[in-house]
Design a protein around this ligand. Structure first.
Ligand SMILES: Nc1ncnc2c1ncn2[C@@H]1O[C@H](COP(=O)(O)OP(=O)(O)OP(=O)(O)O)[C@@H](O)[C@H]1O
Length: 223
């Protein structure tokens, strides 16, 4: 689905990520870990063509991202749902409107029954008319996940989805991501939380990637 071949990236003169290769197979489940500042968010941005590699090649759904026209990139973004680390919302729109925003932006019709069903799935039906400032951290994370899946993407990238929530909520979010994976979605989760990775490994065949010394390593069973 998405493939990196000897990909390097740097923001300034030096390299942050060096010669990274990875094949994201359909239906696979990956964790991405590594120290703060190692480049996890940057790596995710390379996967959804928010950033272009400085060297090497990123292929998404069979196309080299560098040769993609703007429309192709827009299509790619519909096939890849992203849960951003800071999960920002438009504060003057209700939670339901925020979750449906990708449909509105793509000029697609909103099926209210499906939207309510999706909000029910993340446990936010009762809060659908609330404004984002009234939501808790866990509610925001679940709303961000609902927004990331509303376009029925093939791949879901989640950047520290459990960064600001307690353990119980982390497990709830993990359950949702595992359910999505069982429905056939390809999942990548960037996280520092080793306990979350251990819990996931009891439920799915997850591979753990670690960014260390600018390179991507496949972590062993030492977790
Ligand atoms: N737009 C940018 N311009 C310049 N430097 C950047 C930019 N974005 C990130 N960086 C730098 O690149 C490095 C990696 O950042 P990145 O956010 O990818 O790391 P991370 O592993 O996700 O960190 P964390 O776990 O703290 O979220 C950091 O040193 C960061 O300051």
């Amino acid at each position: 689905m998405i493939e990196l071949e000897n990909v390097s990236y740097g923001y300034g003169s030096g390299e942050l990520l060096t010669e990274m290769s990875l094949k994201l197979a359909p239906g696979s489940f990956h964790f991405l870990t590594g120290p703060s500042g190692a480049g996890k968010t940057t790596f995710l941005k390379l996967l959804y063509a928010e950033l272009m590699p400085s060297a090497g090649q990123v292929t998404a759904f069979g196309n080299d991202v560098r040769s993609m026209a703007r429309d192709d990139i827009a299509l790619l973004r519909r096939r890849v749902g992203v849960v951003h680390q800071d999960c920002q919302f438009l504060d003057h729109l209700s939670l339901a409107e925020n979750v449906a925003l990708p449909l509105t932006v793509a000029d697609r019709e909103i099926d209210t029954r499906e939207l309510v069903e999706l909000l029910g799935w993340v446990g936010l039906k009762a809060q659908m008319d609330s404004l984002p400032p009234a939501l808790s951290g866990g509610e925001r994370q679940r709303a961000a996940l609902a927004r990331a899946v509303i376009m029925a993407p093939d791949v879901i990238l989640a950047d520290e989805p459990t960064g600001n929530v307690d353990w119980e909520m982390s497990l709830k979010l993990l359950t949702l991501l595992v359910e999505l994976n069982r429905m056939g979605k390809t999942i990548v989760i960037a996280t520092h939380d080793m306990n979350l990775i251990r819990s996931a490994k009891a439920q799915v065949a997850a591979r753990v990637l670690r960014i260390k010394g600018r390179r991507l390593h496949l972590a062993g069973a030492d977790l």
